[in-house]
Design a protein around this ligand. Structure first.
Ligand code: SF4
Ligand SMILES: [Zn+2]
Ligand SMILES: [Zn+2]
Length: 327
């Protein structure tokens, strides 16, 4: 079968939601077009603006880094080494290999090195799920590292499937606070916060995976062993079933939600008052930020027997950020 766009090359991928099938070259153009369209629509990043890219070593984040680099953006990767057995080392290796092969700068934030324990230990000591601890610590690290290195924006590899699953989860629980802030582009609502953007929001997980394969990106294929925790997998399965029966359902569900929202939701419109965390000084709605709630029990446990008010105790500064540069 021939590509429905150029009508010469053989089809590499069918896109049922667009009633089309494309060759490798036309699919590549389609992916770049979708990302450019998303960036422009939400004014995510200026052409001359350096972008910090949150990179896990998976197809989405490495695909995003590859795309932004090809599109001419100045990028730096940031990788959080979570210390999850049987997963995190492979993720770090793939991330470092991509950075080196493309001669791109990479910052590695190693939780074990900074706090004496990874996500699993943090989840145990703070009595949270692994994904809750992981998400909190990663978001904190991306913002703090980005700001300290002078970036005003961090890009993540969330795709259409991720965002549709998140929307479904927020609706099922009627989490209105989260719904009003669910956007592919979140502004900085505090002097210590940087903007967060999701340039892949118009592409499905399958399309991003196909892009990574066609670009010969060596990414981590295995799922994180903690992902059984994640409700989002169930929501994705339901949405995939609906998509299979009626192609285009997923995109309509999420993109129509966005269409009915004002462009670039302004989280400051909610007038959430942000204070500075009493432990680390980062923005929080309470007195102790989510990150410190997650890491403080771990650092205190590690220092049991030592001075409880010493490093890691209440009032102590957060661990410094370590930076490794490639290229
Ligand atoms: S599945 Fe959970 S623990 Fe694993 S990387 Fe994702 S958020 Fe972190
Ligand atoms: Zn073609
Ligand atoms: Zn804090």
């Amino acid at each position: 079968m021939r590509c429905k766009r150029c009508r010469t090359a053989p089809v590499a991928i069918a896109l049922p939601r667009h009633h089309t099938a494309l060759c490798a070259a036309c699919f590549d153009r389609y992916v770049v077009d979708q990302v450019e369209r998303g960036i422009k629509q939400y004014q995510m990043v200026r052409r001359d603006e350096p972008v910090l890219v949150a990179v896990s070593g998976g197809k989405d984040s490495l695909g995003l880094w590859d795309l932004l680099n090809r599109m001419g953006y100045t990028t730096t990767g940031v990788h959080v080494q979570q210390g999850i057995d049987g997963y995190s080392n492979a993720s770090e290796v793939k991330t470092r290999a991509f950075a080196e092969a493309n001669r791109l700068p990479l910052v590695v934030h190693d939780l074990n090195r900074e706090y004496g324990g990874g996500v699993t230990a943090m989840a145990d000591t703070s009595r949270r799920s692994a994904c809750s601890a992981c998400g909190t610590v990663k978001r904190y690290a991306f913002n703090k590292i980005g700001r300290e290195l002078g970036f005003q924006v961090v890009a993540t590899g969330h795709n259409l499937d991720d965002e549709a699953a998140r929307l479904l989860g927020n609706l099922l629980r009627w989490q209105v606070d989260y719904l009003v802030k669910q956007s592919p582009a979140l502004p900085a609502s505090h002097a210590k916060l940087i903007r967060k953007v999701k340039p892949l929001f118009r592409l499905t997980e399958r399309e991003v995976a196909a892009y990574a394969v066609l670009r010969k990106i060596d990414y981590v294929i295995d799922e994180c062993p903690m992902s059984h925790d994640a409700n989002s997998l169930q929501y994705k399965a339901v949405l995939n079933q609906l998509e299979h029966q009626s192609p285009g359902t997923k995109q309509f569900f999420y993109l129509e939600f966005l269409r009915r929202q004002p462009l670039g939701v302004d989280s400051t419109a909610e007038e959430v008052v942000l204070n500075e965390c009493i432990r680390c000084g980062e923005p929080t709605t309470g007195t102790l930020c989510g990150h410190c709630r997650v890491v403080a029990p771990l650092t205190q446990t590690r220092q049991a027997g030592a001075d409880p008010a010493g490093p890691g105790g209440p009032g102590a500064p957060a661990a410094p950020v370590s930076v490794d540069w490639h290229a």
